[in-house]
Design a protein around this ligand. Structure first.
Ligand code: NAD
Length: 488
């Protein structure tokens, strides 16, 4: 057994009470050591219904509070997460397999910062006044100068269903803005790593967020999420996860016309034009290749490279792989830690096998690293054509593919020939040209000569990568309904 991390035993928070899972508990496994970190509650459908009903009952009172009061509580949550950082980091590393670098610099601090951001954003008036507008007389009403205001009302009860890769960051990106806008929330974290999410909800309770306003249910399978989506007490589903599950949720949610925010999968194209600065390309691709073992939706996983620069890019990436040690996430020199589970590794290995059977050439990696314990995948580079399975589906692992093109039109066509459209990249020494190319890419976000993101900007996908936008102030608005009020 590894050293104890976290404050367990863990219980769900439902209607202000800490309760055991109605169906017992299940083990959370450390992806690096394969040892049990702790038990997580296994929710029953009754637990989910109780959480949704508690949220429904608590939401009007929360919405009626002054925004400043809600902001004060959210800021306290942020302060407490920062104060408990030394406990969060080992827990998050144990349950996700994140490296020291990713665990300490991105996971928990990003979660705390999101609470601070939306505490501040929630203080600003959400109403949108419109300029008075002259309206002609109609059989319905006399003409006149009509004034209007758009009141941004909370949606009601939000089900926040999240993916495993950045558990508390993803959760905070939903929970904080939803609460700031006056919604009540039921959180359903990913089955693989819900422990730090349970800790954040404990803090929400301890700082005094009223009972029922925040709730969390956990479970090892799809049942708890399905029950939440079907619940008549839920008004909105905010989902981060795979496109396949997104489709299932969207289908079910449509039956009761629930609002949905869908942050789904990606297969980012990185278009390398003939005049690109190759060192920048390699830095951009390599930094995301191994980052969190490739378990990041925004990763440029399809390098689409002008044929005149193809050999340089392949050589640069091959050299970069040599600077990406794979292994123990607690070792400071490790760049690539494990991926989340044995099941996920089996899926990745099956995808690699299928890609090779369809003609992919393995340029780097491809073999399981020789490490006794843990679910490791070596950084892998495949030469493919865009019809290959490896070019079309997400590995969600440290695997990228490289595809040559001969002219820019062909390159743009290959980039757009994907079911996904989350985050693309263009590399060119001519920024204006890169900008013109970016506008033709079917992706919700495009990086020009950089893998850096702007966290204030709207974030979301085209096509199968999702519906709606979060990020910055757009994330706050996503949890509101626009109500127009007019008067003469
Ligand atoms: P997943 O789709 O397997 O699971 C996500 C969540 O959905 C989990 O909490 C799971 O329990 C729940 N779920 C599963 N079936 C359900 C159902 N029928 N009804 C309701 N809930 C259900 O995704 P994952 O493996 O945790 O995460 C990886 C995926 O997430 C990748 O596709 C990745 O690209 C995507 N992702 C997208 C973004 C983004 O912002 N666009 C961010 C991170 C991850």
């Amino acid at each position: 057994m590894t050293q104890k991390v976290g404050t367990g035993p863990y219980r769900q928070l439902i209607g202000g009470e800490f309760v055991d899972g109605g169906k017992g508990s299940y083990a959370i496994v450390n992806p690096a050591t394969e040892e049990v970190v702790a038990e997580a509650p296994e929710a029953s459908v009754d637990d989910v219904e109780a959480a949704a009903a508690a949220a429904k009952a608590a939401q009007p009172g929360w919405a009626a509070l002054k925004p400043e009061k809600r902001a004060e509580l959210l800021k306290k949550v942020s302060d407490r997460i920062f104060a408990e950082m030394a406990d969060f980091v080992p827990l998050i590393i144990s349950e996700t397999g994140a490296t020291l670098n990713v665990g300490s610099r991105m996971q928990a601090p990003a979660c705390a910062s999101r609470f601070a951001y939306y505490a501040e954003a929630g203080r600003q008036p959400l109403d949108l006044p419109l300029a008075p507008s002259p309206m002609a007389e109609t059989p319905l009403a006399p003409g006149g100068l009509i004034s209007s205001v758009v009141n941004r009302a909370p949606v009601g009860v939000v089900a926040a269903i999240t993916s495993y890769n950045f558990p508390i960051t993803n959760m905070a990106g939903k929970l904080a803005p939803a609460l700031a806008a006056g919604n009540a929330v039921v959180v359903k974290p990913a089955p693989q790593d819900p422990l730090s999410c349970l800790e954040v909800l404990r803090i929400c309770h301890e700082v005094g967020i009223p009972e029922g306003v925040v709730n969390i249910v956990t479970g090892s399978g799809a049942e708890a999420g399905q029950a939440l989506v079907a619940s008549p007490n839920v008004d909105m589903v905010s989902f981060t996860g795979s496109s396949g599950v997104g489709v299932a949720i969207q289908t079910e949610a449509a039956k009761t016309m629930k609002r949905t925010l869908m942050e789904l999968g990606g297969k980012g194209a990185c278009l390398v034009l003939a005049d690109a600065e190759i060192p920048k390309v390699i830095t951009g691709l390599a930094s995301v290749w191994g980052f969190h073992s490739g378990q990041i939706c925004t990763a440029p996983t399809r390098a689409i490279v002008h044929r005149s620069r193809y050999d340089e890019v392949v050589a640069g990436l091959t050299a970069a792989a040599g600077r990406m040690p794979v292994g123990d996430p607690l070792d400071k020199t490790t760049v690539v830690g494990p991926i989340i589970t044995d099941t996920h590794r089996a899926r990745v290995e099956a995808m690699l096998e299928r890609s090779v059977a369809e003609g992919a050439e393995v340029l780097v990696g491809g073999e399981r690293p020789d490490i006794d314990k843990g679910f490791y995948v070596a950084p892998t580079l495949l030469a493919v054509d865009n019809a290959n399975h490896g070019a079309r589906e997400e590995f969600f692992a440290p695997v990228i593919v490289v595809i040559p093109f001969d002219d820019d039109e062909e390159g743009i066509a290959i980039a757009n020939d994907s079911p996904y459209g989350l985050y693309d990249y263009v590399y060119s020494a001519d920024v204006n040209k890169a900008y013109q190319v970016a506008k033709r890419l079917e992706a919700g976000n495009v990086g020009l000569n950089t893998a850096q993101r702007n966290m204030e900007a709207p974030f979301g996908g085209f096509k199968m990568s999702g519906i709606g936008r979060d990020g910055g102030i757009f994330g706050l608005h996503a949890y509101t309904e626009m109500q127009t009020i007019v008067w003469t």
